[in-house]
Ligand binder design. Structure first.
Ligand SMILES: NC(=O)c1ccc[n+]([C@@H]2O[C@H](COP(=O)([O-])OP(=O)(O)OC[C@H]3O[C@@H](n4cnc5c(N)ncnc54)[C@H](O)[C@@H]3O)[C@@H](O)[C@H]2O)c1
Ligand SMILES: O=P(O)(O)OC[C@H](O)CO
Length: 316
């Protein structure tokens, strides 16, 4: 929708032919975005080669843990030399690779071709054409500039950034923090708890970013604070909603069984906690969320354990 709104012809790949048919004939995706009319500049196909044929850029957006298996099928049909753009906000379980790293590994593309778009971009609001801003990050500024032009419209304002690591970590970690915020809300706590978890969540995200070579300024930008605030505040967020249900006493299996959409933080929390351990970074919220998701701690114990940790200086 963003690309079509900026004047591009968009070819969308979908797994199910029936979804392609509805998009092509009724210009709607009733399963995921009911009631929203899609631009006629968007056509759908079940054939990845047809979707990628002649593309100026390829935008990749599937649940993070499925990217590797999907790219194995797609790598052979992706056009050479065009930018490969990730919208995904997760870290691969088992490898702890960021999505740009998975793309590099499976396609052989260099950093000058791999970009990330991230920011406070809740899908339904974007599809409704509500205004939003985002970051287009690529190590190569020229590629970032070209992609910025490709998606800049009257409702979508992209900024460029060369800090791919920071943008990806901001996007993946905010999902984990949103789970914690959701748990606090679901348990019945108010705005003080919510703001405290958001702020300390940002602090631990920035600590991890520093250890992995990210630019600290990224975390006060749209892919950091911006996305964190949107996700932790919005009932549209799947991660926050998942956390809320955990806080109300449902189990991970019960919640996962009742939703068809991905809450990336549920899987990525363990990869992020593993990255933190490996780089000797303290990430108490991510570690505690990982324990709740693994069934090793209740949301109530998690929330009180975070408050009763040993006292320290705010900046250290
Ligand atoms: N929804 C948002 O508001 C939003 C905003 C920005 C970024 N993202 C990110 O985009 C990525 C995709 O999220 P989404 O919101 O589209 O998720 P989703 O769960 O709403 O939909 C994912 C789509 O992928 C398909 N899918 C599911 N499993 C698949 C698999 N194994 N292989 C191929 N396709 C599969 C689903 O059928 C669906 O069409 C995530 O990393 C998410 O963090 C989402
Ligand atoms: O619905 P969520 O929790 O996956 O969040 C969606 C987007 O990442 C918000 O920018």
């Amino acid at each position: 929708t963003v690309l079509a709104g900026a004047g591009n012809q968009v070819s969308l790949w979908a797994r199910r032919q029936s979804v392609c048919d509805v998009i092509n004939t009724q210009h709607e995706n009733p399963d995921y975005l009911p009631g929203i009319r899609l631009s006629e500049a968007i056509t759908a196909t079940h054939d990845p080669a047809a979707a990628a044929d002649g593309a100026e850029a390829v935008v990749l957006s599937v649940p993070s843990q499925s990217l590797r298996e999907n790219l194995r099928d797609w790598a052979g049909v992706l056009p050479d030399a065009v930018p490969l753009v990730s919208l995904m906000k997760g870290v691969e379980v088992g490898t702890t690779l960021r999505m740009s790293e998975v793309i590099a590994e499976l396609t052989g593309a260099g950093p000058e071709r791999i970009a990330v778009v991230s920011g406070p971009n809740l899908a339904r609001e974007i599809a409704e054409g509500q205004p939003a801003a985002a970051v287009v990050a690529c190590a190569d500024e020229g590629t970032a500039n070209r992609l910025q032009k490709l998606c800049h419209s009257g409702t979508f304002r992209p900024y460029t950034n060369t800090d791919v690591v920071g943008c990806e970590l901001g996007g993946a970690t905010k999902n984990v923090i949103a789970l914690a915020v959701g748990m606090a809300v679901g348990f019945g706590f108010g705005d003080n708890a919510r703001a405290s978890v958001i702020t300390r969540g940002l602090a631990e995200t920035a600590r991890l970013g520093a250890a992995l070579g990210a630019d600290e300024h990224t975390f006060s930008g749209l892919a950091g604070l911006g996305d964190l605030v949107a996700t932790c505040s919005s009932p549209l967020s799947r991660n926050r909603t998942f956390g809320e249900k955990l806080g109300q006493g449902m189990t991970v299996a019960e919640i996962a069984g009742a939703t068809r959409q991905v809450a990336e933080g549920v899987k990525s929390c363990s990869s992020i906690a593993e990255l933190a351990h490996r780089h000797d970074v303290e990430m108490p919220i991510a570690e505690a969320v990982t324990k709740v998701v693994a069934g090793e701690m209740t949301p109530k114990d998690m929330l009180f354990s975070l408050v009763s940790r040993s006292a320290k200086a705010e900046r250290w």
